[in-house]
Design a protein around this ligand. Sequence first.
Ligand SMILES: *[C@@H]1O[C@H](CO)[C@@H](O)[C@H](O)[C@H]1NC(C)=O
Ligand SMILES: [Cu+2]
Length: 266
Amino acid sequence: MKTPSPTAALLLLLAPSLTAAHYLFPHFIINDTVTKEFEHVREHDNGFQPSWDDGAILASPDLRCNKGAENHMGAPTPAQVVAGRDVVGFQTNLGTKIYHPGPVTASAPPPPRPVSSYADSEDPFPFPPPSGNVAEYDGSGDWFKVYQLGTKDPWDGTDQGWLTRDRSQFTFRLPAEIPKGQYLMRIEQMAVHPPYKAKQFFMQCAHVEVDSQYNGSPPGPTIKLPGGYSKNDPAIQLDSWAKPKYAPMPKPDKMWPNEDNFNKIL
Ligand SMILES: *[C@@H]1O[C@H](CO)[C@@H](O)[C@H](O)[C@H]1NC(C)=O
Ligand SMILES: [Cu+2]
């Protein structure tokens, strides 16, 4: 029998403390396959830290894919998925269970524009990039929401009533109504447990290449990140200590193309 390498032994020692820490979403999921960490997910430099800073995160580009994500744009390969067919999603680091109450949402901006539609631009640093390449995309475009997980209905206002509670995988069937192209796909968990109306944001982005037959109207409604969230939003005003009976979801108010992926656990 092989003796475990020092690295493996160290990992075993570290595992319990990581489970008690906060979470990352380094694994992309396609159907039943959990891919290697950061194979398709863009790493960031924020470690396990939640983001809030008294709401400053809502006005920061770090709200998109987390602090320092731009330093890792070139690393992931895009996950190859088919709209209307594949189940996609994210798994936490080491299968850590989400123990903070609060919604999980997954959203995507429209694909980076292909060269052909960008021929006469004079902007030297165009975003979305002219290449259509997600590895050059900072997520400054318009984001639409494709998945969300909130509370049981009816909800008794408790932490246990969140459908996100104690889960480590968040998956949904990619809607058919998504145009072909490369995308960033963003997962966000907004922890609502801190006192009063403070929040903790955990977010991360995956690189995804969608194959699709869809050429209908573009996905929407959309928001910008930052810009689309405000401290006054009902979802962010939720006071989890006030025994709420209803949990408003983060913006945008509607999902694309319909609400079928709301609170749906596969
Ligand atoms: C995912 O599962 C569906 C059946 O539910 C299958 O048609 C498809 O080929 C699978 N995708 C991949 C990438 O294996
Ligand atoms: Cu916390």
